[in-house]
Design a protein around this ligand. Structure first.
Ligand SMILES: [Zn+2]
Ligand SMILES: [Zn+2]
Length: 350
């Protein structure tokens, strides 16, 4: 068979012509020259088929092009590339669609103008309306949260929210944050997240969780409730000293429901369940910690001097130690001096 176009004796591809002639005379891709996009001016989200997305503008434009352009079925291995230039608040784009037709490559480019319309998205309008379903309250037992704890917890929650949003939960947001009673209140758009975040914080900081819910109204025949989750952190923090069952300890680690303590008299470590640490006395590190000058030492004892009052004290070594440093950390609890195992190691951010 001869191709009716070029006359060569090539296999006929379609309509009496060879593949080479068919590729030359065919437009494989077609679509509109103007595409409208709806963009949220608050969060930059885009609407596609009535749903809002957080994808990049390029991804959104490509998705629209794939949706609105027609590609002939003979074109295989189709790929798209896009370059866009902003013009005023619109975009002038060139989309290049390429593919293969029985061994012949096809590359077609189209100019597309992207016209954007600004509409505040569903999530942003909820957020600016102060919408919330759950309150997460962080408190500490018998004390206020320190500045360090407040910023650490705030970092964690911001991180939780952004990682949930990255996973595609764009309906999640913090509606408001309030510092209340020495703690923090987070107003969250999703009630389930209040408990989820509290559990994550508990695994790191310890504490007790309580949840309650209240009915706030009816919507389409269903009860609408709001939950309040309270995470009550322990009265002590890592580094603090505590008196418990006639012994003094330093808190070395808190994780979930367990607390690792170091007995100050022997430096032996013991693990307790947080709930079993009842009737304890807390001696905050910052108030009780004291730096002393080493005067002399024997294998079992140490003589130290207060750097300002020059008063000297004797204390027992918790275990055989050769002290090399000029100053050491001690804590004085009920007239007894203890050597502090190591420098304060407050939890730092990730
Ligand atoms: Zn031909
Ligand atoms: Zn938005």
């Amino acid at each position: 068979m001869f191709c009716v176009e070029c006359g060569k004796e090539d296999p006929i591809f379609k309509n009496g012509v060879c593949a080479s002639c068919y590729v030359k005379s065919t437009i494989f891709t077609q679509g509109p020259q103007v595409i409208s996009l709806t963009v949220c001016p608050k969060c930059g989200g885009h609407k596609f088929r009535n749903l809002w997305h957080d994808d990049s503008l390029d991804d959104t434009i490509l998705r629209e092009i794939k949706n609105q352009y027609t590609v002939l079925p003979e074109l295989n291995q189709v790929s798209y590339s896009l370059t866009c230039d902003p013009v005023d608040i619109q975009f002038e784009c060139v989309v290049t669609i390429s593919g293969m037709v029985v061994g012949h490559s096809v590359v077609e480019s189209h100019h597309v103008q992207i016209r954007t319309t600004k509409v505040v998205c569903d999530v942003c309008s909820k957020q600016f309306g102060g919408y919330y379903e759950g309150i997460l309250q962080i408190r500490a037992t018998d004390r206020k949260l320190s500045e360090e704890e407040l910023s650490l917890i705030d970092d964690q929650i911001t991180h939780f929210v952004s990682s949930e949003r990255m996973k595609g939960n764009r309906a999640l947001f913090i509606s408001d944050v309030a510092e209340e009673h020495g703690g923090l209140d987070y107003y969250l758009s999703e009630r389930g997240m209040a408990y989820g975040f509290a559990k994550k914080l508990k695994s790191r900081f310890g504490g007790e969780l309580k949840q309650s819910s209240s009915l706030v109204g009816m919507k389409e025949g269903r009860e609408v409730t709001r939950v309040t989750v309270v995470l009550r952190l322990p009265s002590y923090r890592v580094g603090d000293f505590i008196g418990f069952q006639k012994h003094f300890y330093q808190v070395k680690q808190i994780s979930g429901s367990k607390v690792l303590l170091v007995k100050l008299a022997t430096w032996k470590e013991e693990t307790f369940l947080e709930k079993d640490l009842e009737k304890i006395i807390v001696y905050p590190y910052d108030t009780y910690f004291q730096s002393m000058i080493v005067v002399s030492q024997s294998p079992t004892e140490l003589q130290v001097m207060h750097p300002e009052s020059y008063a000297t004290y004797d204390l027992k070594k918790p275990k055989p130690l050769d002290i090399q440093s000029e100053t050491i950390s001690v804590v004085r609890l009920h007239e007894i001096l203890f050597l502090v195992p190591e420098k304060k190691e407050r939890e730092k951010g990730d």
